[in-house]
Design a protein. Structure first.
Length: 302
């Protein structure tokens, strides 16, 4: 099978592992820097061109779209979809997950457990916004932030008010969320492929740090999920329409709550902590489902 990995950097661990896993399973793998592609949008013969040559005869793509490149990246994914190429994650699902507010609203509609959350832009009623999530301490996030950037823990009411006023001065959209103190600076990363959690790890932030991101010095270890945690992770990924997802949960006093659903989850931390060949499982899923798509095309053709 001929599979393209849409990634801007072939040297990244996740990109390399996917390419290696695909080759080990006997497939033709190619890394394509999607920002360097351009598209011929036509009803007769839509195409994607890279280095002056059309990208043809691919059976499947695996998008690894950077958060800051979502608009153009999803446009390239969508063009492959127009060309009837199977995508590990569809363009619309990627867009949903990248919009933090939309993601939370969809999860809330589907009854998925969430931290109590407020959303605002230029509200003058800061007191009311703070009370929406039960007062301080609370977490304040820039809607456009990623990887823990633009996330602040306000431990007092006055601190919360000052941060919200500062963010408002930036003309920014902000989320405020209840602080899940009982999580103790730890979260659970659940790696979902299809309708299965294939690997899970607990990420613990360094002392004094409420964010558990590994690139901020956090540590990870393999974890056994409860049935409720496993079900919540799968339900969250399904609600987003993602076939491959990293779902981040917190253990709260009222059950697991979803913090984020990531459409391009990193492989390095989860593979190191769990010793699971996640890249290989992604390739297996893509091949199996791209084959189903090909079978459907043949049935329609004949």
């Amino acid at each position: 099978m001929k599979i393209a990995i849409l990634s801007q950097d072939a040297s990244l661990y996740s990109t390399r592992r996917l390419a290696e896993a695909g080759k080990e399973q006997g497939h033709q793998m190619r890394v394509i820097p999607y920002l360097r592609c351009y598209m011929n949008i036509t009803s007769s013969k839509p195409s994607i061109i890279f280095n002056g040559n059309p990208l043809e005869n691919f059976d499947a793509i695996i998008p690894r779209i950077g958060a800051s490149r979502t608009f153009y990246g999803t446009a390239v994914v969508r063009q492959f979809e127009v060309m009837n190429v199977f995508s590990a994650n569809e363009s619309q699902a990627i867009s949903r997950s990248r919009d933090k507010l939309r993601c939370l609203q969809i999860l809330a509609r589907e009854g998925v457990g969430l931290p109590v959350t407020g959303f605002a832009h230029a509200t003058q009623d800061i007191d009311g916004l703070i009370e929406t999530v039960g007062g301080a301490p609370l977490v304040i996030k820039l809607l456009e932030g990623t990887q823990g950037i633009g996330v602040v823990l306000a431990e007092t009411y006055q601190a919360a008010k000052s941060v919200i006023e500062a963010f408002r001065g930036l003309d920014a959209n902000i989320l405020v969320q209840e602080y899940i103190k009982e999580a103790g600076g730890a979260d659970l990363r659940c790696f979902v492929i299809g309708n299965e959690v294939v690997a899970a790890m607990k990420r613990q932030g360094v002392k004094g740090e409420f964010r558990s991101n590994l690139h901020r010095g956090g540590e990870a270890e393999k974890i056994k999920l409860s049935i409720e945690e496993r079900t919540t992770a799968i339900k969250a990924a399904t609600a987003m329409g993602l076939n491959v997802a990293g779902v981040d949960l917190l253990r709260s006093n009222h059950g697991p709550v979803v913090m984020e659903v990531n459409s391009s989850p990193g492989l390095q931390g989860i593979e190191k902590a769990t010793k699971v060949d996640v890249a290989g499982k992604i390739i297996e899923y893509v091949v199996q489902n791209a084959s189903k798509t090909d079978d459907t095309k043949e049935l329609i053709k004949y």
